[in-house]
Ligand binder design. Structure first.
Ligand code: FES
Ligand code: FES
Length: 152
């Protein structure tokens, strides 16, 4: 089976495997993290067709014919995505949760360029941070929205 991941067609030999493992083990895209495995933590979050998706609960075959975006697909060459810049300016601690927060924030800003604090709270709240970095996460997403509106 073929998948389109970060704009590239990739051959996948285990389509029934969960997407997180196909991305990490088959395609070498280890930016997508594995945490709980039960859809609770969000560290495995990727976008399928622009929709926030838990890759630990989603077979790779479910992404057939749709665009998969992982954290490796956010930057454009040397140019960071606004969410990456936002978190760079508002760093977290261990960073295990970071890929999930980046992907959720990218999806939020795609549909809501000027999110309210409540909308940021709601979008960020679907991902856990074991280090308790929620204030940094809120600031990072708000900063990313500002940067995106400025055209970064
Ligand atoms: S590893 Fe997928 S939600 Fe935790
Ligand atoms: S920074 Fe450690 S889990 Fe979020």
């Amino acid at each position: 089976m073929q998948l389109t991941v970060n704009g590239q067609r990739r051959e996948v030999t285990h389509p029934d495997e969960m997407l997180v493992w196909v991305l990490r083990d088959e395609l070498g895209l280890t930016g997508t993290h594995y945490g709980c495995g039960i859809g609770a933590c969000g560290s495995c979050t990727v976008l399928i067709g622009g929709q926030v998706t838990r890759a630990c609960l989603t077979p790779a075959s479910a992404a057939a014919g749709r665009e998969v975006t992982t954290v490796e697909g956010l930057a454009r060459g040397e140019r960071l995505h606004p969410v990456q810049q936002g978190f760079l300016e508002n760093p977290l601690q261990c960073g295990w949760c970071l890929p999930g927060h980046l992907m959720s924030a990218a999806a939020l800003l795609e549909r809501t360029p000027d999110p309210t604090p409540a909308q940021i709270e709601e979008a960020a709240g679907i991902n856990l941070c074991r280090c308790g970095g929620y204030n940094s996460i809120r600031r990072a997403v708000a900063r990313a929205a500002e940067l995106k509106r400025e055209g970064l």
